[in-house]
Design a protein around this ligand. Structure first.
Ligand code: CIZ
Ligand code: SF4
Length: 319
């Protein structure tokens, strides 16, 4: 058998031996997504990964994604062992919002309700009143705005500006961004649409306003996959991490997906729209952590309890 096939067999055996289940994000390698599905785990967005892990009976969760996703899994399932193929897989939004600076910012604005995006550390979530994901952020901010609340939003400035525009809420924005989505270019997208006038444009709201403005659908990863299935179109231009195309093609067979342009020329920049930290997850390091039990995600229990309040608020709101 090939080296890959051997690795996959080893991973399947180790998952069983460890009473472990694999949860993978839409942005990791296609072979990890397939393996998660084949072995009874799940492939989804960050929220669903944590919820699936919490509700699954396995004692160990293996999170193929980035650090904040491993932390969220630990926060929701403190009694479980959470392993990650590489603990250095982080996120530019998380990196750009250090907990100390964030706490100081909150202290300067005690009159504001603190709403943070899922892509943050446990310590930042612990300082927040609410955690939201991109699928529900709009509804929660609309709800808070209707109650007359002023909001402090962190860390993604594009997502914050989009929600602000849609809801009219008073939002003070932390100035973070995602290094993948921040690269999508409005002018080049406009030109690409001239080439494919029949295409529908699907955009994740971590993208700049000039890109969001051209979207037929703005939404979270799960919402964009749903749109690809449901919209009566055959060609789509997609502005989010290109790891998602694997799932889109499987969910909407026969449809045609084109990556939105990044650094000026979509033909010469095939993999600009792929997160370098998501790419740190592979079959090899996955097999290794299952073998050794290394790379366990730890969250300070008190910080975890506080962060959980902000997450549970969102889960209760969604229920
Ligand atoms: O950009 C990301 O990292 C996303 C969309 C995460 C998520 O919520 O699934
Ligand atoms: Fe963070 Fe962007 Fe990577 Fe998502 S794609 S993990 S937001 S850097």
């Amino acid at each position: 058998a090939s080296e890959k096939a051997e690795l996959k067999d080893r991973i399947k055996r180790l998952l069983k031996e460890r009473d472990a289940v694999l949860v993978a994000h839409y942005y990791v390698d296609a072979e990890l997504q397939d393996l998660a599905e084949e072995t009874g785990g799940c492939v989804s967005d960050s929220l669903e990964m944590a919820r699936f892990g919490r509700d699954h009976p396995a004692r160990t969760l293996v999170v193929a994604g980035v650090r904040f996703m491993g932390e969220s899994a630990k926060i929701l399932s403190p009694e479980k062992t959470i392993l990650m193929p590489d603990l250095d897989a982080t996120c530019s939004l998380d990196l750009g919002c250090p907990a100390d600076d964030f706490a100081a910012f909150c202290d300067q604005h005690p009159d504001r309700t603190v709403v943070v995006y899922a892509n943050t550390s446990a310590a930042v979530k612990a300082r927040a009143d609410w955690m939201v994901t991109s699928s529900i952020g709009l509804d929660i901010v609309r709800h808070l705005h209707a109650q007359g609340k002023k909001i402090l939003w962190a860390p993604d400035r594009h997502l914050g500006a989009y929600i602000q525009k849609q809801t009219g809420a008073d939002m003070l924005l932390w100035q973070g961004s995602c290094l993948v989505h921040d690269e999508f270019k409005g002018v080049e997208l406009d030109l690409l649409k001239l080439e494919y006038p029949e295409a529908k444009v699907l955009v994740h709201p971590e993208s700049p306003a000039s890109v969001v403005a051209q979207a037929d659908v703005v939404g979270s990863t799960t919402q964009l996959i749903d749109a690809a299935v449901k919209l009566p179109a055959t060609t789509f231009i997609v502005a989010t991490d290109n790891g998602i195309l694997h799932k889109m093609r499987a969910a909407a067979p026969g449809k045609h997906f084109i990556e939105a342009p990044t650094a000026g020329n979509s033909a010469t920049c095939k993999s600009c729209a792929h997160c370098p930290w998501m790419a740190m997850n592979g079959l090899k390091n996955l097999a290794e952590v299952l073998e050794t039990g290394a790379n366990e995600v730890q969250v300070d229990p008190e910080i975890g309890r506080q962060a959980k309040r902000a997450i549970d608020r969102m889960l209760d709101f969604a229920a």
